[in-house]
Design a protein around this ligand. Structure first.
Ligand code: ADP
Length: 422
């Protein structure tokens, strides 16, 4: 072999080796690149799975019902609150009409789907028991339906989200407040008008000369001004109890017997003049209430005074008792007077409610706020009150409260109730 041939062979071998190395390197780079791509795709997928999971977790944590609806009107996502609201009926892949058996709700949602702008509407349905357990408005449920289109990602069809909020409690509180203002204005206006009338008589009809008549008029005016003061005082107590000041109740242990002695002392002359008798039936004289003595005194005073006010016939028997039952304390006030007709019984705790509405202004015995104060005061102590009455035999107000007093951290109850029965 000539040196030239040897050189040519070596060169060819060198080139072949260089080519093999470069191809191998390229292959290695390509597979590394592929691996990196696969890793990145996996990480991305994991990330988006986590994001979906996180989104679901957040939506499930909402107390409002949340639905996601696709462009064909089918539900594609429902959070936990929505499932609770629909009593765990299956919602996914159902149309709105199928899901909402009540056409008014379905219609509100469909309008939202068709409209290009967000829709917020309030709907009141007379279907379910009130979550407040308020007998007055039982059966009315109010919902705030909020529907908006969500723009679709990268050319995907837009979806619609719907939020359904139970606003029954807010609506009722609002209505109760309106009623309260209307009733309070009416109750205050009446004695004010009477005072005004007598003042006109005295001043414009020149009656001041007649001292006897003037005195009589002034006495009537004083009675009505006292009534105005009482209504205002009662309204202030209710407003304090309702302003969320329950937490600032002055809770301390006190003897029920001591509290009753104070009240009976204040009512002594009335008890005496009506020849009424009061019997104390305390399971233990030392029994203690863990509560706010001011509100307990007010509540028991109102109940005992009511018994006396409503029964002016002599010889009324009033019984005040208490009993410890498990971890609860029961306290009651009963009388054997005229009682409360069964039709009126569910309403007696309402503000300004009076059984006998036919009386004249001179005969009005109370403000009509007494029992609502009692109820609010007992509820502020995490207790409850029940009224029962067999006219002429026994009218009883039974209060039950936790023996150890109200718990500082009351547990929030889930107010969501199913929208539809199965
Ligand atoms: P008022 O200030 O008019 O007494 P309440 O809220 O205390 O208002 O009571 C509401 C109504 O319930 C009273 O007007 C009365 O008709 C009735 N009532 C309350 N307690 C008794 C009772 N012990 N016996 C008969 N009726 C009662």
């Amino acid at each position: 072999m000539t040196p030239l041939e040897i050189f040519a062979i070596l060169l060819a071998a060198g080139l072949a080796i260089a080519l093999w190395f470069s191809t191998r390197q390229r292959n290695l780079d390509a597979s590394r690149h592929q691996l990196e791509m696969a890793n990145a795709a996996f990480a991305l997928e994991e990330q988006s799975k986590l994001a979906v999971k996180e989104r679901k977790r957040l939506l499930n944590a909402l107390t409002d019902a949340f639905l996601l609806i696709d462009e064909t009107g089918q539900i594609i996502f429902a959070n936990k609150a929505a499932n609770r609201l629909f009593h765990s009926r299956s919602l996914i892949n159902r149309s709105l009409r199928e899901a909402f058996t009540d056409p008014r709700l379905a219609q509100a949602m469909t309008e939202g789907l068709l409209a290009s702008k967000p829709i917020r509407t309030r709907i009141t349905l007379p279907q379910q028991a009130s979550p407040l357990g308020d007998d007055e408005r039982r059966g009315m449920n109010s919902w705030l339906v909020d529907v908006a289109i969500l723009p679709g990602d990268e050319g995907a069809a837009p979806k619609t989200r719907a939020i359904i909020r139970d606003i029954t409690a807010e609506q009722q509180t609002d209505q109760i407040r309106k009623d309260f203002v209307a009733n309070a204005s009416h109750e205050l206006r009446t004695p004010m008008a009477i005072i005004h009338g007598y003042l006109e008589n005295l001043l414009e009809d020149d009656m001041l000369e007649d001292t006897e008549m003037s005195r009589r008029f002034l006495a009537i005016m004083r009675k009505h001004s006292e009534r105005i003061t009482r209504i205002i005082e009662d309204m202030l107590v209710i407003s304090r109890l309702e302003s969320g000041e329950e937490s600032s109740l002055n809770i301390e242990p006190f003897k029920l017997q001591d509290c009753l002695n104070d009240i009976l002392e204040r009512l002594e002359s009335l008890i005496h003049s009506q020849k009424a008798s009061v019997e104390l039936k305390l399971s233990d004289e030392k029994v203690q209430i863990h509560g706010d003595r001011f509100y307990w005194t007010q509540a028991l005073f109102n109940l005992i005074e009511n018994a006396l006010k409503q029964n002016s016939r002599p010889g009324l028997k009033i019984e005040i008792g208490c009993l410890v039952k498990d971890d609860e304390l029961q306290v009651w006030v009963s009388d054997d007077g005229i009682g409360i007709p069964s039709a009126a019984l569910p309403h007696v705790f309402r503000r300004f409610y009076r059984v006998d509405k036919q009386h004249s202004q001179n005969e009005i015995k109370g403000t009509g706020l007494g029992l609502s104060i009692v109820k609010r005061a007992i509820e502020a102590h995490q207790g409850r009150i029940v009224a029962s009455s067999t006219p002429g035999s026994e009218t009883k107000f039974l209060m039950t409260v936790p023996l150890a007093g109200p718990k500082p951290d009351s547990v929030e109850l889930d107010s969501q109730i199913p929208l539809f029965k199965e």
